[in-house]
Design a protein around this ligand. Structure first.
Ligand code: TRP
Length: 447
């Protein structure tokens, strides 16, 4: 149960509520969602099981855990680089993640002061645009979020925060259900449902498939060491398979509900499904402004979104801090100061991507990347390149390097169908599909 709560607290965050709807909108809906669900089931679940089993078998932090397991298997300890790469990726994700957490935080006050009541979609979009346009305010919010995350990790109180996150999670679910109910009664509900669930494969691109794969890793907090770290605390008799399925299900339910709350509003008000990162901030306030007790529910929603995001932000920073402490023998305070200081510097270009530097497109030479800002590129490369590469390495490590006795022993389900399916997925399906998706994307880029 403790693992389930901690893992769910890390997994459910901006990825489910903010990112899933906007990338679904950008990539044409149903077909993208189908590919995403396939990736979650056939890549996400087995990779999560692999990470937990690694953590539980080694009972160490993610970096040394990989080294110990490599030694056990008689392989080179250079595999620890895999652990370091995952941690570095989650650290870079943190630098823009705190920015979006800041948007959610700012919206608690907007909702609370009743600014949405009766506001037109144009006013709501305009207000959000004004927030994005003001780099000083954005930087202030993201800096505050980074400081809060750092203070929590420094104080070592993340266990307490994680508990708070998981207590609030059911509340988040209730508000999402309420929003979906509102859309059923008032919005273009069926159009939204069709957009999310009816696959139109003519809209699916190679890049869309890569984004779906990358998002499966992102939304489940995989390929970054977090699940290995949490796995170290899983009792020997717990079923890793059942727990992983439970975490993945919880995360997926939140994502799908979020899509069903947002797209009916998009179609009812003639908004642009591919609006990008601003999507939820331009749609949900319309519903809060029109529904009864909308100020109350809206405030509560953004509080919970903020809390869920904050819980994930902690899990993005903690592995870096733990590694600095262990590898460089720093004190925890020092490690946090360095990590947060550098993250703050790295976060600045992301913040400026929405205003002063919105015209800066560093990868304009690559087809399909012409319009991408620095923020878009950091998001794209971390989620869709680095996480899948780490995932590929994890699959190779667990299914080709580690001995099958070791993994079978640790998963503890004997040589049954579940174990054999897991091993087959990890040996062939996961690595080959990741490679195929990459090759497909490279092919599209170069021909
Ligand atoms: N899964 C979180 C979300 O969807 C984000 C997150 C937390 C994450 N820890 C991670 C993503 C580690 C990648 C790696 O909001």
């Amino acid at each position: 149960m403790a693992f389930f709560l901690a893992a769910t607290g890390s997994a459910v965050g901006l990825g489910s509520i903010w990112k899933f709807p906007y990338i679904t909108g950008e990539n044409g809906g149903g077909a993208f969602v189908l590919v995403y669900l396939l990736c979650v089931a056939f890549v996400g679940v087995p990779v999560m099981m692999a990470e937990v089993l690694m953590g539980r078998r080694a009972r160490q932090n993610p970096v040394t855990a990989v080294g110990t397991l490599a030694q056990e298997a008689g392989a080179t300890t250079r595999w620890t680089l895999m652990g370091l790469m995952g941690i570095a990726t989650s650290y870079v994700i943190l630098t823009y993640y705190v920015g979006i957490t800041g948007w959610a935080f700012a919206y608690i006050f907007r909702a609370g002061s009743g600014t949405f009541v009766g506001a037109s979609p144009e006013k709501i979009s305009g207000d959000f645009g004004a927030l994005l346009g003001n780099w000083k305010v954005l930087l202030a919010w993201s800096s505050l979020m980074l400081l809060l995350t750092g203070a929590t990790v420094m104080g070592g109180v993340q266990k307490g925060i994680e508990r708070a996150v998981t207590i609030l999670m059911p509340g988040l679910l209730v508000i999402l259900l309420l929003l979906v109910g509102y859309c059923m009664a008032e919005g273009a509900f069926m159009e939204g449902v069709r957009f999310v669930f009816a696959p139109d494969f003519s809209k699916l691109t190679a890049s869309g498939v890569l984004v779906a794969l990358g998002h499966a890793f992102f939304t489940l907090s995989l390929a970054s060491g977090v699940m290995v770290a949490y796995g170290a605390y899983v009792p020997a008799e717990t079923s890793i398979f059942k727990t992983a399925v439970a975490v993945v299900t919880a995360d997926t339910v939140v994502s799908l509900l979020s899509g069903l709350a947002i797209f009916p509003l998009v179609f009812q008000y003639g908004l642009e499904p591919g609006a990008g990162p601003s999507l939820i901030f331009q749609t949900l306030p319309i519903a809060f402004g029109a529904m009864p007790y909308g100020t109350f529910f809206g405030t509560l929603f953004f509080v919970m979104l903020f809390v869920a995001a904050f819980g994930s932000a902690i899990s993005l920073l903690e592995p870096t801090v733990a590694t600095l402490v262990e590898q460089f023998k720093l004190t925890r305070t020092r490690a946090v100061v360095y990590a947060v200081g550098a993250a703050w510097l790295i976060s600045i270009p992301s913040v400026l991507s929405f205003n002063l530097w919105s015209g800066v497109h560093p990868a304009a030479g690559i087809p399909g990347f012409e319009e991408k800002t620095i923020f878009d590129l950091i998001d794209y490369v971390t989620a869709n390149v680095l996480l899948p590469i780490s995932g590929l390495l994890i699959a190779i490590f667990c299914a080709w390097v580690m001995k099958s006795e070791a993994t079978r022993d640790e998963l503890g389900m004997g040589d049954g169908l579940v174990y054999r399916s897991w091993r087959f997925l990890m040996r062939y399906v996961v690595p080959l599909s990741i490679i195929a998706v990459f090759l497909n994307m490279i092919g599209v880029l170069t021909f």
